[in-house]
Design a protein. Sequence first.
Length: 215
Amino acid sequence: MSATVQRRAAVGQAVGLEVFTIVWMLLEAAVAIGAGILARSVLLTAFGLDSTIELISGATLLWRLSAEARGADFKRVERVEKRAIWISAILLILLFAYLAATTIIGLLLRFRPDGSWAGLGISGAAIIVMPLLVWRKRAANRTIQSSALRADIAESITCAYTAGATLVGVALTTVLGWWWAQYVGALVLLFFIGREAWEALGAAREGKGRCEDGK
C-alpha cells in the first residue's frame, strides 16, 4: 500500500473517530449539565460546560480533517481555525471564572449539592470511553502526523482526568454524603480548565489554532 493510500485511509479513520467524539461530547454535556442542574452541583455543571467547549473544538477538527480529505484551500482552513481558537479560549476563560466564583461562594456559604447517580454514570463512562478514543486516535496519527489531531488527543486525556475528578467528587457526595467533596473536585477541575485556557489563549495570540497541522 502506497504512503498516499495509507494516509487517506488514516484520515478517514480519524474523521470517523472525530464524529464519534462529537456525538459522545453531545451526550456527555447534556447529561452532565442536566444532572448538575437537578443536583445543584457546580462540579457536574462545570464538567458539562467543559465538554461543550471540547465539542466546539472537536467540530473544528472534524471540519479540518474533512477539508484535507476534500483538498480544500489551506488559507480558508487556517481562517476558520483562528476564529475557533479565539472562541475556545474566551469560553474557557469564562468557564474558569464561573467555576472559581461559584466554588468559593459555595464553600463560604456551605451550599450543599445533592448526589447524582446520572452524574456518576456519565463521568464513569467517560473514564472508559476517553482512553479508548486516545488509543485509536494515536494509532491513526502515527500515519497522519497531524499536530491538530495531537492536540485533540491531549484534550481527550484532559477530559479523562476531569471525568475522574468529577466521579470521585460526586461519588463521595452520593454515597457518603460528603457535600464538600464536590467542591474539592471543582478545585481540581480548575487546574485542568485553567491550563487549557492558558494554552488556548497562547495559541490564539500566536495566530495558531489547535487545529493547525505541523509541517
